[in-house]
Write a protein that binds this ligand. Structure first.
Ligand code: SDX
Length: 428
């Protein structure tokens, strides 16, 4: 592979270095482009621009491949669990049993939020969206750990475990507050996902019977959402981390980026779409006609992906889980039938096929969460709980990169050229 690329601008040829990734992707290194040529590149949405090199997650969108630190997502889904996968993403290796036990003990040790933080919940209206609460509370939590702000490398492992564990506690507490229910504290003898279900659905003085199948399905959902290379929210975390902001501030920014309906907010938007189709007595075919009419402004939420131009491998796994969980819970959900009908029609329709639009991770995930009893406005919070290890792994990669610089993109200015100030009386 020639490690040079040629660029011709107005008859002048420039040579640029190239970089080849461990899976053979080729990148043209433009770090010196402006100095060499005076020109910059323009790539709105960054669909063609690599912001970094990374050793964490690999995606091949054409082949529908997703690997965390080299391990295929389908194998991890079958053989691993969320906490083990979180360790893999953050530290680069599957843990030994001793390391896994130590990591789990850290998550248990840091599962409580500072008691004073409960006052913050009082300040939110009962109608506050849980993602607004989550981003605010993560930042609020940082004020209780001053070392986080002073030397972010120091005690990183403690802060990482604290964040993974507390994002789950904050989510459950915000649900209980919104419902006017007493908060349920975590229990030290429960595993990560079981503890979340306990904090969400137990009642004081009663120990909820935690359905192991539901706990396993939830754990799998967290695992499948744990990382996804340079998606919008992870890139946001890296951008904030590049200014040497602390881990909690970077994660809070990631929560805000994830909230958008084109990104993590899509799982809630999918359920709202399915509910609307169901309410209109449509089997999905009328809705898809509207989607194909650009003037309708409708999108088939949960379909399409910037990188996957084939099936999102996570969607295949979640769809399989949907059938299993609903059967185990003896739940029949008409929205699942509509989702399957939409998929069947869309995958045979030239409009979607020609645009490489396939179900993504959000298309079926909401149906499982609905079956578990998670309220719709908490779906994206669940995505954030799952994505936290990936954000932390990317933050760590920025923090440990000696060549890391503050992210500061350029622009092409298209506004007015120089003009003089005019007194207000002379303005038309
Ligand atoms: C996630 O990046 C990640 O990795 C994200 C994620 C992760 O794990 O972090 O995988 C999680 O965010 C998954 C995506 C969830 N979002 C949705 O499901 C929302 C619906 N999908 C889209 O709006 C869209 O597909 C995006 C945002 C996901 C991708 O948008 P792109 O890459 O900018 O694609 P585009 O908008 O340029 O669309 C290309 C064409 C357009 O038509 P034409 O102009 O070529 O005629 O496809 C059409 C779009 O109109 N199109 C859709 C569509 N998505 C794209 N048409 C109908 N329904 C859709 N969902």
């Amino acid at each position: 592979m020639n490690n040079k690329a040629g660029l011709n601008i107005d008859g002048q040829t420039f040579e640029l270095d190239t970089i080849v990734g461990s899976e053979g992707e080729v990148g043209i290194d433009i770090t010196k482009l402006r100095a060499q040529t005076g020109a910059i590149t323009l790539d709105s949405g960054y669909g063609n621009t690599g912001s970094c090199t990374s050793r964490i997650t690999f995606i091949d969108g054409e082949k529908g491949i997703l690997r965390y630190r080299g391990y295929d997502i389908a194998e991890l889904a079958k053989k691993s669990g969320f906490v083990e996968t979180a360790h893999l993403l953050i530290y680069g290796e599957l843990p030994t049993s001793e390391k896994l036990s130590a990591f789990s003990k850290q998550l248990t040790r840091y599962q409580l939020i500072h008691e004073e933080m409960l006052h913050h919940f009082e300040g939110f209206p009962s109608t506050a969206h849980p993602m607004a609460i989550l981003s605010a509370m993560i930042n609020a939590a940082s004020s209780y750990y001053p070392t986080l702000l002073e030397k972010r490398e120091e005690r990183f492992d403690n802060h990482a475990a604290r964040l993974i564990s507390q994002v789950r506690t904050i989510a459950a507490f915000s649900y209980r507050k919104a419902k006017g229910l007493p908060i349920i504290y975590p229990k030290s003898n429960l595993k990560f996902s079981e503890n979340f279900l306990h904090m969400m659905f137990s009642m004081p003085g009663e120990d909820m019977d935690i359905n192991p199948d539901v706990a396993r399905a939830l754990d799998l959902m967290f695992l499948l959402h744990a990382d996804h290379e340079q998606n919008c929210s992870t890139s946001t975390v890296r951008m904030v981390a590049s200014s040497k902001a602390n881990l909690f501030a970077s994660a809070s920014a990631g929560v805000c980026a994830l909230w958008g309906p084109l990104h993590g907010g899509a799982n809630q938007a999918v359920l709202e779409m399915l509910e609307q189709i169901h309410a209109e007595g449509d089997d999905g075919s009328k809705f898809l006609q509207a989607v194909k009419d650009k003037t309708s402004g409708r999108r088939l939420m949960g379909f399409g992906h910037r990188v996957y131009k084939n099936f999102d491998p996570r969607a295949l796994i979640i769809k399989e889980q949907c059938d299993k969980v609903l059967a185990q819970l003896q739940v029949s959900d008409p929205l699942l039938d509509i989702a399957k009908k939409l998929e069947e029609i869309a995958l045979a329709d030239e409009y979607f096929v020609s645009r490489n639009l396939y179900p993504n991770v959000d298309f079926y995930s909401g149906i499982i969460m609905r079956a578990i009893g998670i309220p719709m406005d908490m779906f994206t919070v669940m995505f954030a709980i799952g994505r936290m290890p990936g954000w932390i792994a990317n933050f760590k990669e920025v923090m440990e990169d000696p060549s890391s610089r503050i992210s500061r993109p350029r622009q092409i200015y298209t506004g007015p050229t120089l003009r003089e100030y005019s007194p207000i009386g002379e303005r038309s």
